[in-house]
Design a protein around this ligand. Structure first.
Ligand SMILES: Nc1ncnc2c1ncn2[C@@H]1O[C@H](COP(=O)(O)OP(=O)(O)OP(=O)(O)O)[C@@H](O)[C@H]1O
Ligand SMILES: [Mg+2]
Length: 404
């Protein structure tokens, strides 16, 4: 045992504290969070799978879109899990990504064809979440991920060196440090590249040869078996790109051609968005081990304000001046969770009273004028609804001064 392993880990008991995530992780990766569902689906659908896939394409879609509340029944002879444990006889798969099934099907078919998949869209539309779910379902891991930044170098897509070994032995296969992309290639898995357009174009272009040649040449090892590292069947890439960042248009034509683009939009249906926000707010307080106590009408007001400001039009058809900031579902979820945590930990009066302050925090980011747009929303739709007598909107109208 090494000296390091013998030292007492000061955080070792944290996993046992109430309110900690499973295994002491704050957020488990999708493949661990949904391990039971993935094992069930692997046994449930034993149809043909693309090379290297853990599930059939249909089972991947079911994992992401859910089984519509229907429990799936597993035949008795298939109830042994991958670790020898027993799988349940029935399991209903909850929906995870809220969006059109055809979009998810197109994503899955793209990956089944070993083509690159690029998920583009406004911030907070669950591109990263969808990419993580797809990778976990297709190949059992979402961990082979590169986060694109302005400082990302080609090494992040190809390989680097362990300099101690390099100095001691010269260039050898052992001294080569694989990037997540190279590991995905070698093992026939899905590599995820987050925010690919934040990488410099010349760095992005390293992906062109990876996606066309499906191998990485290592000139330093040219005379050895490791001089060319080929991709195993099943290898592919899911990249995400945010439309508010430096443009997708700046990607080279050669790279664009190697990806199928899927645009992820905000959730179209208000009822579905409301359900998602509610579910996630409940989950946030459950993680904290507290009791959920937010009235649905508060969340209804929250989702309505977000949707009106996002679209520039109220549910009644009135014009609304859109702020420059993105009113994403992800932020609606965060505000809902904050309201739920406030009511659980700091109960004082009506949680609705906290809504204007949170909205101000979301809206007032880059552009000072956005503050005025939120006040304008209060003087428009909020006031009109209050005048029509809706009690919740009357209360919000009374809180107008808190927006100062
Ligand atoms: N369509 C959706 N289905 C399910 N959850 C959603 C959806 N849209 C937004 N969310 C919520 O938004 C959260 C954030 O999503 P995520 O970080 O994946 O967005 P993103 O599109 O990658 O954003 P960014 O461009 O800022 O990286 C999700 O964890 C989920 O709570
Ligand atoms: Mg993202």
């Amino acid at each position: 045992m090494t000296a390091h392993a013998q030292t007492t880990d000061p955080t070792a008991d944290m996993a046992a504290r109430p309110g900690r995530g499973a295994d002491g992780w704050q957020v488990l990766p999708a493949e661990r969070r949904f391990a039971a569902e993935l094992a069930f689906l692997a046994a449930y659908d034993d149809g043909p799978r693309p090379p290297g896939w853990a599930l059939t394409p249909r089972a991947v879609v079911t994992f992401i879109q859910g089984s519509d509340g229907e429990p799936l029944c597993l035949a008795k002879e298939r109830r042994t899990g991958p670790d020898g444990g027993e799988l349940p006889a029935t399991l209903a798969i909850p929906a995870k990504f809220v969006g059109e099934r055809v979009l998810v099907e197109r994503c899955v078919v793209t990956l089944a064809g070993e083509r690159g998949l690029l998920l583009v869209g406004e911030p907070g539309t669950a591109k990263s979440m969808l990419s993580e779910l797809l990778a976990a379902a297709v190949c059992g891991t979402s961990a082979l991920t590169v986060q694109g930044t302005a400082g990302t170098t080609e090494d992040a897509f190809r390989y680097g060196w362990n300099y101690a070994l390099l100095l001691a032995q010269g260039p050898t296969r052992q001294a080569l440090v694989e990037s997540p992309v190279l590991t995905a290639m070698r093992t026939g898995r899905v590599a995820r590249i987050e925010e690919v357009t934040r990488c410099l174009p010349e760095v992005q272009d390293a992906l062109v040869s990876i996606l066309s040649d499906r191998r990485i040449n290592v000139p330093e090892l040219a005379d050895t078996d490791a001089g060319v590292l080929p991709a195993a069947p099943g290898f592919t890439v899911i990249a995400t790109a945010n439309l508010r960042d430096r443009g997708v248009s700046e990607m080279s034509a050669a790279l664009k051609r190697r990806f199928n683009f899927e645009t992820i939009g905000p959730i179209a249906d208000p009822v579905t968005e409301m359900e998602l926000v509610r579910r996630q707010a409940i989950a946030a307080v459950a993680r904290a081990g507290a009791a959920y106590a937010v009235d649905d009408s508060v969340l209804d007001a929250l989702v309505t304000v977000f949707r009106d400001l996002r679209s520039g039009r109220s549910a009644e058809g009135w014009d609304v001046e859109r702020p420059g900031t993105v009113m994403s579902t992800a932020e609606a979820v965060q505000v809902a969770a904050a309201l739920a945590l406030s009511s659980a930990y700091l109960p004082a009066g009506d949680v609705l009273d906290l809504l204007p302050g949170h909205l101000l925090g979301v809206v007032r980011k880059d552009d000072q004028a956005d503050h005025g747009r939120l006040v304008g929303y209060w003087d428009g739709p909020v006031r009109r609804r209050a005048e029509e007598g809706a009690p919740m909107w009357r209360r919000l109208w009374d809180l107008r001064e808190t927006l100062r």
